[in-house]
Design a protein around this ligand. Sequence first.
Ligand SMILES: Cc1cc2nc3c(=O)[nH]c(=O)nc-3n(C[C@H](O)[C@H](O)[C@H](O)COP(=O)(O)OP(=O)(O)OC[C@H]3O[C@@H](n4cnc5c(N)ncnc54)[C@H](O)[C@@H]3O)c2cc1C
Ligand SMILES: NC(=O)c1ccc[n+]([C@@H]2O[C@H](COP(=O)([O-])OP(=O)(O)OC[C@H]3O[C@@H](n4cnc5c(N)ncnc54)[C@H](O)[C@@H]3O)[C@@H](O)[C@H]2O)c1
Length: 412
Amino acid sequence: MTNATPYVIIGASLAGAKAAEALRDTGFDGPVVLIGAETELPYERPPLSKAYLQGKAERDVIYVHPRQWYQEAGVDLRLGATVTAIDRAEHQVVLGDGSRLGYGKLLLTTGSSPRRLPVPGADLDGVLYLRSVGDSDRIKAVLGSAASIVVIGAGWIGLEVTAAAREAGVAVTLLEAAELPLLRVLGPEVAQVFAALHRDHGVDLRCGVQVGEITGKDGHVAGVRLADGSVVAADAVIVGVGIAPNTELAAAAGLEIDNGVTVDAALRSSDPDIYAAGDVASAFHPGIGKHIRVEHWANALNQPQAAAKAMAGQQVSYDRVPYFFSDQYDLGMEYSGYVEPGGYDEVVFRGNVPGREFVAFWLGEGGRVLAGMNVNVWDVTDAIQALVRSGRPVDKAALSDPGMPLDAVRHE
Ligand SMILES: Cc1cc2nc3c(=O)[nH]c(=O)nc-3n(C[C@H](O)[C@H](O)[C@H](O)COP(=O)(O)OP(=O)(O)OC[C@H]3O[C@@H](n4cnc5c(N)ncnc54)[C@H](O)[C@@H]3O)c2cc1C
Ligand SMILES: NC(=O)c1ccc[n+]([C@@H]2O[C@H](COP(=O)([O-])OP(=O)(O)OC[C@H]3O[C@@H](n4cnc5c(N)ncnc54)[C@H](O)[C@@H]3O)[C@@H](O)[C@H]2O)c1
């Protein structure tokens, strides 16, 4: 190893740990410092609302690398350490204890934080959010003791926690401001599949509602009062109303911010020595032709490889098709592609929608495939992504015909 100024990564979760690995894979042999505010080894979050929350997986499943990996790879992992400022002029980061550390190049993988619910009573004991493994442990304890809970927000967190709660035998009232769960991301045609799924599992799903207040007794949550005056009693309230990217450091350092840290297709920010990847990055996507910020696991897994190559001086353009997955009860799904809210012309289904075994395609102008989602149908992701990548109109009759292999669907 050289004595060069280190490459510093701020944020030691999935994107940060993968970036450290990718820097070594590219052959970078200078010092790498990975700084994380959490005290836990870098970990992945998907199990926190699924198998780990349900007690079906041990804690070990969450870690990106075992502890000795960092030592063996020569990665200086500093946990429980928060970066409070970036001094771009001096090429230094400032840590919470006031110390300074020089950087040759800097990568921001600071991720995102849950939005807080701005209503009276939101700070009562028993009002819980889910982002960290500690949050998951607290919710797991609640699911082991509560008779009934209220979940606020029927997005990915709300739906997955609701499924875990129902499987634990807990009664759930699920409150969503929009007219359907996941409406912005899926649109009404597919969002109603998720509404039906949860109602079929005994969830009291109430859409188009406004939370007015969280009520309490002796400092602990007692229920939720809706804007229409109705009250739902609850032993605990779990809130999943979205996240905000952790851009404060980058903004204070004067980097360009627009719904995340603005980066080009090589993940480089408005400062050529500073990069960003994962939930915090709003990256130019060459296939989509605009900047997008993706709040999903696969993006935090794969973007760091591109960022590391760019940091090591290689030409790179991150153009993977966005991808995510979810598991709720006996429904497993994968989604590939990118659609702005309402930004499609029609949805074409193939397979059995009421039986929840189907593929849905969101089509844009001229009938080109913008995104596809397979529900309880497997091994079709590559074919769906090929259709998305082609950017060409497809034969809709073939697309909806389950007898026609997806990779044989004709482009028009
Ligand atoms: C419960 C849960 C379940 C999920 N399930 C799925 C799923 O099934 N499928 C899917 O595709 N996606 C899922 N996601 C989303 C996925 O986990 C995120 O997209 C991913 O965690 C983003 O990784 P990241 O490394 O970019 O950011 P984060 O995971 O947010 O990590 C950022 C890290 O940076 C640290 N940090 C921030 N600021 C500083 C600072 N100034 N100094 C030091 N450290 C700092 C934070 O403490 C944190 O550890 C889930 C998310 C959650 C919370
Ligand atoms: N399977 C997955 O991919 C997965 C699983 C869990 C979490 N995540 C990620 O974690 C992050 C957080 O998830 P999330 O579910 O909190 O966010 P989200 O953006 O997916 O959903 C938030 C939901 O809350 C609703 N909402 C907002 N304000 C409300 C209010 N005051 N009252 C009632 N409803 C309200 C919104 O309409 C939306 O349906 C996201 O980035 C998500 O992608 C992903």
